[in-house]
Design a protein around this ligand. Structure first.
Ligand code: NDP
Ligand code: MG
Ligand code: MG
Length: 341
């Protein structure tokens, strides 16, 4: 059984006694900054010159500084810029300004696991990674709840890295739900696998193939959209609440029987073999290298694939249909339907 932590296992005063610099004010950065601030922690947001995020952070009353200035003053530096830029920001602005003994906190283990950032021995290196998108991390905290976090210590220079990690996790509200102990290696590899094989890659491809199969057979695209995309949320809610068993309990016997006989026809054992190949490429660093090399070249592959995905025929059908759904309200004000990123 994994080791779990809750609010009673952590001392909030540890993080309250530190000066914290949060680098980046995006999905995770805004949530960590605001939750820590509301937990009584001294937070400065570090952003690059001319950053589009600056006004957002200032509007919340947060202190904002350049990355270098924020780091110079900080006992704890939280690196929440996108994974693909972290090593550059670290090399150019964080490492040269980092105080002796300052701790580094990550929200994902990518740069440490694949060796893109190699902190000097004197620094604690921790991870507090919420298992949910940043906007939910903020919303749950504001509602008095929390999103579960996974917590890891890669380097314990001070001897107190775990106390700091748990205190930080409590500060962002994660231990109201639960903290799960892991390692940078386990978090990085399982996180990448989950999003590639199941949550993002697997599900997106499954929806697109389902939509293509129905529309190519002559069914109306709007009906296909409802059957293979819209209803997915209702099914996932049931799975989330009570596992696959609750979902099968709630659907009709017809649907349940179809699940048993057709699921394994669609997702055949070679899909599992493909998943194992994906996992191997994560473990041996091939995926990380492909991602970072492409990013360094200006992300041509990434941009081409994003463009292709946005132009899949299911997307315009969904855009038109969602305009008609008064009850589907986007919950995140900075997502613009039809925008590029
Ligand atoms: P975002 O893409 O939302 O981060 C964008 C922020 O980073 C913006 O404030 C942007 O500022 C800033 N930024 C971009 N480039 C630089 C730079 N060169 N120097 C300084 N700041 C910069 O990141 P996420 O929140 O998605 O991810 C952050 C970390 O959290 C990653 O390690 C990710 O894996 C992890 N994580 C993310 C989750 C999520 O919910 N998205 C879930 C769990 C973990 P500007 O306005 O200047 O562009
Ligand atoms: Mg991830
Ligand atoms: Mg049906």
């Amino acid at each position: 059984m994994a080791e779990l932590f809750y609010d009673d296992d952590a001392d909030l005063s540890v993080i309250q006694s530190k000066k914290v610099a949060v680098i980046g004010y995006g999905s995770q950065g805004h949530a960590h900054s605001l939750n820590l601030r509301d937990s009584g922690v001294d937070v400065t947001v570090g952003l690059r010159e001319g950053s589009a995020s600056r006004a957002k952070a200032e509007n919340e009353g947060l202190k904002v500084a350049t990355v270098a200035d924020a780091v110079r003053d900080a006992d704890v530096v939280v690196i929440l810029a996108p994974d693909q830029v972290q090593r550059i920001v670290y090399r150019d602005e964080i490492e040269p300004n980092l105080k002796d003994g300052a701790a580094l906190v990550f929200g994902h283990g990518f740069n440490i696991r694949f060796g893109y950032i190699k902190p000097a021995a004197g620094h604690d290196v921790l991870m507090v990674a919420p298992k949910g998108p940043g906007h939910l991390v903020r919303r749950e905290y504001a509602d008095g709840r929390g999103v579960p976090v996974i917590v890891a210590v890669e380097q314990d220079a001070s001897g107190d890295a775990w106390k700091l990690a748990l205190s930080y996790a409590k500060g962002i509200g994660g231990l109201r739900a639960a903290g799960i102990k892991t390692t940078f290696t386990e978090e990085t590899e399982t996180d990448l696998f989950g999003e590639q094989a199941v949550l993002c890659g697997g599900v997106s491809q499954l929806i697109q193939y389902g939509f293509e199969t129905l529309t190519e057979a002559g069914y109306q695209p709007e009906v296909a959209y409802f059957e293979v995309l819209h209803e997915l949320k209702l099914i996932v809610d049931l799975i989330f609440e009570g596992g696959i068993t609750k979902q099968r309990w709630s659907v009709s016997d017809t649907a349940e029987y179809g699940d048993y006989v057709s699921g394994p026809r669609v997702i055949t054992p070679d899909v599992k073999a493909n998943m194992q190949a994906v996992l191997a490429d994560i473990q041996n660093g091939a995926f990380a290298k492909r991602f970072i090399d492409d990013q360094d070249a200006g992300a041509p592959e990434f941009k081409e694939l994003r463009d292709k995905g946005q132009n899949h025929p299911i997307e315009p059908v969904g855009r038109e249909l969602r305009k008609l759904f008064a009850w589907v309200k986007p919950s995140d004000s900075d997502y613009v339907e039809g925008s590029a990123a």
